[in-house]
Design a protein around this ligand. Sequence first.
Ligand SMILES: NC(=O)c1ccc[n+]([C@@H]2O[C@H](COP(=O)([O-])OP(=O)(O)OC[C@H]3O[C@@H](n4cnc5c(N)ncnc54)[C@H](OP(=O)(O)O)[C@@H]3O)[C@@H](O)[C@H]2O)c1
Length: 299
Amino acid sequence: MRKRSRTAAGQGRTSEVAALIGHPVSHSLSPAIFSFLSRRFSRKIQYDALDISPGELKRALGLLRSLDFIGCNITIPYKEKVIACLDRVSDETRVIGAANVVYNKDGELIGYNSDVLGILETLREARVRISGREVVLYGAGGAARAVAYAMGVLGAKDVWITNRTPHRARALTKKFGSYFSKTRYHVLAWESFPLGRQIDLWVNATPLGMAGFPRSRTFSFIPGKNAFALDLIYRPEETPFLKKASAEGLKTIGGLDMLVWQAIGTWELWFGKMSGKHETKVALKKFLKQRLRRIDRCT
Ligand SMILES: NC(=O)c1ccc[n+]([C@@H]2O[C@H](COP(=O)([O-])OP(=O)(O)OC[C@H]3O[C@@H](n4cnc5c(N)ncnc54)[C@H](OP(=O)(O)O)[C@@H]3O)[C@@H](O)[C@H]2O)c1
């Protein structure tokens, strides 16, 4: 394997090595995304989806390191476990406690959480104002923690967290409350509302409404034409959460934007600044929409 030139990233070798690590990995869109981006930017990337069994994570990273890989994406169930195998992690990764991207910086493996970037870019693009505002967040898992972090970065006033398992929501409020001084994090019972508050953003960070996932619970909203609803789910495109929010007069944002923005963030982390970012975002979203429709037709 040739040595990678770190200057004009990628020069000096025939192809970059990157991968997805998870278990299972067959459902992931990451190989399609990076194949799209490598075609668009005429960059040869050998991107493999590696289905790694529990206990083999460290060895898999060691193997990739020996191949002088540029980085990898991490998916379920290794987003938390991978941290112990890395040399260093970014601030957001440390606070969230989960990494979904690894960058091999001259032999040093650094963990990042690109979900945060995906959320920040999605809200920026949709012109959602968060500073000093009120947010209701469904879920307290990995993606919800990325949302909670993004809300702290943007200076939300109050974040109301509602989760099936309340003690996980409580742990989240404690951790994030001590990290972000401007934002207050609270626990809220499922489908109840903080009295007398006007909610500006509602976020679903649970798999409820995802294609093939049992619909065991529903969502409620305070109607409001200036409020937004963001569902992190991208399949189906129009989820029950978004349908109900729309019926209540809220503006809606699906999970595909976040997926695309976090992929672009990963690309920039590995290869440097992307030219024509907005056009690439639009093109990648269109490509993924078509792909998801094809998957739907075949299932
Ligand atoms: N668009 C994107 O780029 C993107 C990125 C990341 C994630 N996501 C999506 O975000 C969602 C959450 O992912 P995650 O990584 O955070 O998963 P996770 O860490 O497993 O957390 C799942 C969360 O959903 C809750 N939940 C699970 N099943 C439930 C049920 N039947 N009823 C009520 N609550 C339930 C869990 O509650 P408990 O604490 O009670 O278990 C937990 O809060 C998934 O749909 C994922 O596809 C999208």
